[in-house]
Design a protein around this ligand. Structure first.
Ligand SMILES: *[C@@H]1O[C@H](CO)[C@@H](O)[C@H](O)[C@H]1NC(C)=O
Length: 339
């Protein structure tokens, strides 16, 4: 039984009532008995990964079309034998994953997924982990085609955030501390015109819908943490372990950051995902969900997830909670020296 009543906040961004509207002070913390699975890492992989990233991140694997903002990532050119059996960006040094955030009662998951992946891409590029501004994405990203909602606290997608930044000459992300998150109670704010830019998103990589697990693993390990869309309708009572989404009624309605994968001692494959419902939720703010690209369903409300108003009225979504449907990794430039 979920501890509190549930509320589907807006379109994209499922937010359970407990995490949306209880302040940490009066929130009864349900401690997870399952600690993070630190065994799910190949010891010493961090170094190899740095090499992989630097050598493949420059030209070949990314396959940048010169002026294209959206670049399809093609894992077929890689030697996938070299992918580790388990992987977790939280174990990478210097760190590329900032502390778990709380979106509050605002349908802003898409801004968190987008800023978290930009933070990771920036950290991989510069060695500096800087919390970047969800609020700036929330306030400044237009959503005329109503992709994943109508914009601001009423939903969007990581992709429209990156498209907007890449298409804007001054487009770039400020740090969290110069442009802090204030929409936790659900109110939109006005875009601040001259943000102090740290990281400039110039393009992004994506996978075709419902790519295989191997492709998503490759993208994650080669390029960095991935913004993915999921059905989080039944995540509210999650406390730990490997979660299995029902194979029916899958509706993408949430955006999160994929940070790793592994296999439990009893042989269950999983993805490790960072959520934005505070560190009190799940496994210290994270969830592991079953990794199995053969489970597919039809999502008949795609505009609540990754779809746009002009798109199809139903889409096939694969993976538990639909995680294989949409995968995006930003490509960033360091802008901090310009200020
Ligand atoms: C937030 O802003 C968007 C974009 O302007 C708008 O469509 C939406 O209705 C607003 N949501 C709220 C809760 O005010």
């Amino acid at each position: 039984m979920p501890p509190f009543g549930l509320r589907l906040c807006f379109t994209l961004c499922f937010v359970p009532f407990a995490y949306a509207s209880r302040s940490p002070a009066n929130f009864q913390v349900v401690q997870s008995s399952n600690k993070l699975d630190t065994t799910a890492t190949t010891p010493g992989f961090g170094l190899n990964s740095a090499l992989l990233y630097r050598t493949t991140g420059s030209q070949k694997s990314v396959r940048l079309n010169k002026d294209a903002i959206a670049n399809e990532y093609d894992p077929s050119t890689k030697n996938e034998q070299s992918l580790p059996a388990s992987f977790d960006w939280r174990n990478y040094q210097p760190a590329v994953i900032s502390p778990v955030k709380n979106q509050g009662a605002c349908g802003s998951c898409w801004t968190f997924a987008a800023s978290e992946c930009a933070e990771s891409a920036y950290a991989l590029k510069t060695g500096k982990l800087v919390d970047l501004s969800e609020q700036q994405i929330l306030d400044c990203t237009p959503n005329p085609d109503h992709c994943g909602g109508t914009g601001g606290c009423s939903g969007g997608t990581a992709e429209i955030a990156y498209q907007h930044m890449a298409a804007t000459s001054s487009g770039g992300l400020s740090s969290e501390w110069t442009y802090p998150y204030v929409s936790g109670k659900g109110a939109n704010q006005t875009c601040q015109k001259e943000p102090h830019v740290v990281a400039n998103v110039k393009a992004y990589n994506f996978l075709p819908p419902n790519s295989k697990d191997a492709a998503l693993k490759s993208m994650l390990v080669r390029l960095g943490p991935v913004a993915v869309a999921v059905d989080a309708s039944s995540w509210s009572s999650y406390k730990g372990g490997v979660f299995e989404c029902k194979p029916t009624d899958v509706k993408l309605n949430h955006a999160v950051q994929l940070v790793g994968y592994g296999t439990t001692d009893d042989g269950t494959d999983y993805w490790t995902i960072r959520n934005s419902w505070s560190p009190q939720w799940g496994e210290d703010g994270y969830i592991r969900i079953k990794r199995d690209d053969s489970q597919c369903d039809i999502d008949d409300v795609p505009t609540e997830g990754q779809g746009c108003a002009s798109g199809p009225t139903s889409v096939k979504v694969c993976g538990h909670c639909g995680i294989n449907y949409d995968a995006v990794v930003p490509i960033v430039e360091d802008q901090s020296h310009i200020q």
